[in-house]
Structure formats: C-alpha cells, structure tokens
Design a protein. Structure first.
Length: 250
C-alpha cells in the first residue's frame, strides 16, 4: 500500500489484528527485512512496517533527514493511517536509533520497545573519519560493471565499518552524513518503557558492547546476546529472536 506523508509517497504493509506493533528497518534496508518476523507477530498483533523515506518503495526526501526527522516522519505516517495507540516499536540498526530518538523526545510513544542490533552510538565517530571518506568515494566507484552480488559485498565491507547496513545511494549522502554523526546513547536513559535488547555476538557493524551500553542506560531493559549471529540477528537466529520478542510482548 502507498500513502502520501509530508509530500512523500510511502510504501507500507499493515497486517494482522490486535495491539499495534511498528517495525522500523535500518539504513539501506526495507520493510522486507521483517517478512519472517511479521508473519510470526501478525497472529496476535496488528503489524505495521514501512519503507522509510529514501528506501525500498518509498520516495526519497527532498531535504536532508536526521534521526529526529525520521522519528517525526514516522509519527506523521502513523497519524495518517489512523494508528493512534502504539503498543510497541521495534527497530533494527538505524531503525533502533530512530526509535530511541523519538521515544526520548516524546515524538513517539509506546508501551514497549524492542531494539535489534541498534545503531546510534557514535562515540568513536572521530576515529572513523577516514573510513567515512572512503565510503563517500566508494559510492562513486564504477562498480556497475561487476556482478550485483560482488557490488554489494564491496559496499557492505566499507559501510559495515561505520555501522550502516548496506550502502549510501548518491541522493542520500547528506542524510547519511547527518545520521551517522548522531549519538543517542545519553538519550537512551530517558526511555521509560520496558525494553528488550537483542544483539548478535558476531556483529561487527553494531557490536554487542553497544547492547551493553544501552542496557546500562535503559532502566527497564533486558539484554540478550545471541551466539552465531551477526548484524541481521533476526535472520541469523530467527527462531530464538521471534520467541524472545513474542514472550516479551505478552
């Protein structure tokens, strides 16, 4: 389905019935990353997932977006489709950072929160400036002659070092620079909602110590670190993740 929000054609899926759970994907990803989780949750919940501006089937924003802007856009989207009470937000990677920013500021409101390999910790950003410059150059490399799988592997290697999920499209580079420089770890202390925090032990983009820092900041939180899982922990350990989330939401 498509709805116009703040002038942006926004692709989304709403399915199931019951309390509303909103799923926010990470940078360079789309709502499809939650196909498996949505299938599991829709048996007991109304599951809403959208392609954030610039990703998936949604139009790109004409202005530079920040985490705050993505949070405000999410609130406007939910208002547009008539979702007034949100039982839980669930964010993966940059989607988790958007959730934290929105809930801490009061732009978003929910009863519970689930963070999956959440980004938003940038204390070592200065040390990654060289990698950021490399990433900017990588976006302009003539990789289009390479097989698609090889292109994505090269881009993941570069952008994984700075905590992004895939790569930066040229029209989103200013937004990327804005988002990657934001740190929400201090704001996480303002999260009052019961929070489930899930990280993969093998995650190199948003390592498990990020989860430990968020767990320290969020008073009502429970941290689970899953072995043999990486940044896409909801794919690598899907059964365990789905079970943990369903038990938490009850």
């Amino acid at each position: 389905m498509t709805v116009i929000v703040d002038g942006i054609a926004t692709n989304y899926v709403q399915e199931g019935s019951g309390p509303t759970v909103v799923l926010l994907h990470g940078w360079g990803d789309s709502l499809k990353t939650f196909d498996g989780l949505a299938k599991s949750l829709k048996r007991n919940y109304t599951v809403v997932r959208l392609d954030l501006p610039g990703f998936g089937g949604s139009d790109a924003p004409k202005e530079t977006f920040s985490l705050s802007k993505y949070a405000a856009f999410t609130a406007d989207f939910l208002n547009k489709i008539g979702q007034e009470h949100i039982y839980a937000y669930l964010g993966h990677s940059n989607g988790g950072a958007v959730c934290i920013k929105g809930l801490a500021s009061g732009v978003l409101c929910s009863d519970k929160l689930v963070l999956i390999a959440s980004a938003g910790i940038r204390s070592d950003y200065q040390g990654k400036k060289k990698v950021l410059r490399l990433a900017a150059k990588a976006a302009k490399l003539p990789t289009n002659l390479l097989p698609k799988q090889t292109q994505n592997k090269l881009k993941k290697r570069v952008y994984g070092a700075i905590g992004s999920d895939l790569f930066v499209a040229e029209h989103l580079q200013d937004t990327f620079k804005k988002v990657v420089s934001e740190d929400v770890v201090a704001e996480a202390a303002m999260i009052a909602q019961p929070t489930l925090i899930l990280y993969g032990k093998q995650d190199t983009a948003t390592p498990p110590n990020y989860g430990e820092r968020y767990a320290h900041q969020i008073e009502k939180s429970n941290l689970i670190i899953l072995d043999c899982a990486g940044h896409f922990v909801h794919h690598d350990a899907s059964t365990k993740v789905h079970t943990a989330i369903e038990e938490f939401l009850v």
